[in-house]
Write a protein that binds this ligand. Structure first.
Ligand code: ATP
Ligand code: MG
Length: 351
């Protein structure tokens, strides 16, 4: 960890969010890990000391930023940016060690297959341990009495399981109203319910079913009193063709019938397909924003076979206010065809 404290730039905050703990969640495969890595980078770039968290069973977010292997102790992934991987077994070992203050007992207890099986079989217990660790990290101070982490970004499991995780501290606090577990569960529950300290970032794709599911999920979260701090619509295509251009190409295809060279036909069909796809995505974005009642943050689809660190760095820049402004302007009226898409990609690659 770097000794010098970075300076927070309020104008550069990604998603317009002050640093806090966020659970990046959404349906399977929508880009949760990618957005978590990009958000961690963007917060760090805005001057926040940032911790990217992977949970057991989820792997990949930290690997998008650095080849370093991460574990239960924070590992630097860059300046003012660390990664950590929280496993149930390590969290249990640490908890027992802190409570019993005897390392030997902790190691024996955690290595014991019966205790391990109990912990695995009691999901509430497991979730409380993980939340407890996050709460600990969020409140941890350095030697000068400053909080160690301004931002904690959790690459969370696909929704469903993630919801259970967040509600668990409250459930346990109610199950055990007195005693040491109750005290911790209560502190953790208060942390999870404090919108200034903890929020959800929902990731969605601009397609019919994912948008519908995201709207349902938001309602469910609201009914449980869990704050959604921001929504990210990932994978938007930037239209390279105007409506008029697409119509003209459609006309050419109709007029030419079967006389066109197959390669040329394919290229022209791609123009029409891409424009139609962009229009469909715009409609889904509108439906999502209407359902939520405000605008969402957008991220472009990157045309690469596999996302590398430089692409995640681009996505981080798109998440920052300057990048969002460029992107939203292009989505609002990419009337200058390829030049508009080129501008978006160039801006994404600029440092
Ligand atoms: N904006 C983007 N442009 C291009 N590809 C993307 C983008 N966002 C994500 N992807 C790709 O989509 C795939 C799924 O992304 P990711 O692994 O982040 O999703 P996930 O929601 O974490 O998935 P899982 O539910 O399996 O954990 C990956 O191959 C990733 O590289
Ligand atoms: Mg993932």
């Amino acid at each position: 960890m770097a000794a010098r404290t970075p300076e927070l730039d309020p104008a550069a905050l990604p998603l317009g969010l002050a640093p806090r703990t966020v659970f990046v969640t959404g349906k399977g495969g929508v880009g949760k890990s990618t957005v978590a890595a990009a958000l961690a980078l963007a917060w760090r770039d805005a001057g926040a000391r940032t911790l990217l968290v992977e949970l057991e069973g989820q792997a990949s977010a930290a690997a998008l930023l650095s080849p370093k292997k991460i574990g239960y102790e924070p590992v630097p992934l860059g300046e003012h940016l660390c990664g950590i991987r929280i496993t149930m077994a390590e969290a249990l070992r640490e908890y027992v060690r802190l409570r019993l203050k005897v390392k030997l007992v902790a190691d024996r207890l955690v290595g014991n297959p019966i205790i391990d099986q109990f912990a695995q079989a009691a999901p509430g217990f497991r979730d409380l341990l993980i939340l407890g660790k996050l709460w600990w990290l969020a409140t941890e101070k350095d030697s000068r009495g400053h909080r160690k982490w301004d931002a904690i970004v959790v690459d969370s499991p696909a929704t469903g399981h993630g919801l259970g995780l967040l509600g668990m501290a409250g459930t346990i606090a109610r199950m055990f109203p007195v005693g040491p577990i109750a005290a911790q569960a209560k502190a953790v529950d208060e942390y999870v319910r404090d919108a200034a300290r903890v929020g959800i970032v929902l990731v969605a794709l601009p397609e019919e079913l994912p948008v519908t599911e995201t709207l349902e999920l938001r309602e469910e979260l609201a009914s449980r009193g869990i704050d959604v701090a921001a929504e990210v619509l990932n994978g938007l295509l930037i239209d390279r063709f105007t409506g008029a251009e697409s119509k003209r190409v459609e006309g050419l295809l109709d007029d030419a019938g079967t006389s066109l060279d197959p390669g040329v036909r394919h290229a022209l069909e791609t123009v029409v397909w891409e424009h139609t796809r962009c229009s469909d995505q715009a409609a889904e974005r509108e439906r999502l924003e209407a359902g939520i009642g405000h605008g969402v943050c957008v991220l472009p689809h990157m045309f690469v076979p596999q996302l590398g660190r430089e692409h995640v760095a681009s996505l981080a820049r798109w998440l920052a206010p300057g990048g969002q402004d460029v992107l939203l302007a292009q989505l609002a009226g990419a009337t200058d065809g390829p030049a508009a898409a080129a501008a978006v990609h160039a801006a994404g690659g600029a440092s």
